[in-house]
Write a new protein. Sequence first.
Length: 277
Amino acid sequence: MRSIVLTLALLGLAFSEVAQAALPPPIAEQIAALPIDRMCSKDGASGLKFGATEHGISPIHKPGSINRDLGTEFAPFREAALGATKYSSKFFTAAFRVDLGAKDLELEAVNALALRFEEAGWVLGERTLEDDGPFYDIPPEDEAVQFYSAAGVEYPGSGEGVRLLISVSLGELTVDCEHVALTKAHMQEALGQMPADTPRPKFISSQSAFGFPESDCDDPAKRELVLNRLRRGDMFAMAPGVDQITYEERLADWKIMKLEQSGKISRDEISDKIIGL
């Protein structure tokens, strides 16, 4: 009997050690090991240079963004949402997100991230606690701890540099890295103010995942492909016909731009005609 009890105790200890070994490192250790210069720098983010047009971000993804899986060195972050300007297709932003599942972990992560970026030379734009406090607090909804890439530049409003935002919203910790000037350009393009040399849009097929026959639902590999795309937020891009809708929208914007540049009709007149249609 004693041998059975001893054996069970040893097995319990072994399972406990295995379970502990399987646990991820404490959040502070993960943040300390993050390659933050690869997450956000004055030149780019997530391995892409700001302004690059070779990035694989399809205009079908709205608003010109796509999710990219990250390597284990970026833990606890597993993926980043990358964005490109709507018509000039220039890379301008990356957002790293993770749900840590607990408020105390979120606070610890915000503090650790903010301190790491400040130590790396980023200029603090806003702080949520008193200046003499050692930590950053989790900001309220839609607010963030803000940093900027260059010293001696007056922010916000300068239109220069790179802005870094660390925030928690709806239980999700986010590190946003955005090029200030290109972010403004993206907003202008999203309102139809595209560059004069923007080429006529071309149709790009989305190759919808919903094109699978119903029988493919019994194929574990194909079923996992669909579920993975849903988890990554690609639902819109998977919808049947979205490629045609996106093409027609972009073509209409392009034609409006050409009409306005012709000088033969004003934007107000164009708006009136569109409303009339």
